[in-house]
Design a protein around this ligand. Sequence first.
Ligand SMILES: O=P(O)(O)OC[C@H]1O[C@@H](O)[C@H](O)[C@@H](O)[C@@H]1O
Length: 354
Amino acid sequence: MLMEALHAVPYSCCGFNPLRGVSFSASSSSSARPLAAPPSPLFSPLTNSGRGRRRRSISMDSARASIGLLETLQSQINTEGVKVEEGKGGLPKLVLTESSGSQAEIYVFGACVTSWRLSSGKDLLFVRPDALFNGQKPISGGIPHCFPQFGPGPIQQHGFARNLPWSISNCENDRGSPSVVFELKDNKYTQDMWNYTFLATYKVSLEKNKLSTTLVVTNTDDKLFTFTTALHTYFSALAAEVGVKGLKGCKTLDKVPDPVNPIPGVEEREEVNFPGFVDCVYLDAPQELLLKNGLGDAISITNKNWSDAVLWNPHTNAPGNIHKDFVCVENAKINPVSLQPGEKWVAEQVLKVS
Ligand SMILES: O=P(O)(O)OC[C@H]1O[C@@H](O)[C@H](O)[C@@H](O)[C@@H]1O
């Protein structure tokens, strides 16, 4: 019954075709639906929540969702501290609330965390005011994925993972701390660009003063593939007052003069700041960075297996004065990861305030 209800959601009225990045109106004829993004079933095979409850993976073929679908998703998820809501542009988002009252919001489109609010109500992440929520362009803000290419490179800038709806494969609540697992698999759209089969899972967990993410990429193909990736985290900040500690001594690739031919160097500053346009890769960065956001917060950014970091602020290359209100501090994997068939790559990021 439930499955029928979900399948009844008309694909063509969702206005989204992740394959082509074009809108479809309700009147689009079915022959005009090269859609396809991979009509993956709305429910994929059962997965186990790890607490003895069996759940099904919930796939959002469409970027937008009707109220009915949101209600159905909510009843399927049925986990304390995980709420399904209609986000901007009608895109579905999950709102995680942990027991001390802090919250995180994650759009299914791009599995993009767009908000991490402490129990005080202060949001430590930033979404650009000019960000589009139309299910066609990546969401510019929060924590977008760059996968399978950081870029620049042969496929679209920062890859396709931020530009597709992910599925929801599990939700849990561990003693007041909610988490959700998203997954993304190859489809015709991704294969046309990057001809491999893969599975990416992305777990987002919220605890008091702490937001953790774990990305797992599995090679499900029968041939080796390589990829580069990053979590392009936008932090709310007073950019002129920001300091990032921990990068002294790292090899740098300064992309400001020319992103395709970055200039190699070594970071000599104890605390890196953002005096103007900044676009710099730090190779073999340490497992912990400290971001002082200029707004009174010291955010520890720790990681396992994200070997590199990127600092970015567009300065006056962005419209208006928005560059003053954020900085990007990104965990990244700039030198390609190689995976043989069946192999996995796992990387964790933890953002924490004291
Ligand atoms: O505008 P986008 O596609 O989100 O990318 C923004 C920037 O992201 C940074 O990570 C890159 O180093 C920059 O070169 C790039 O311009």
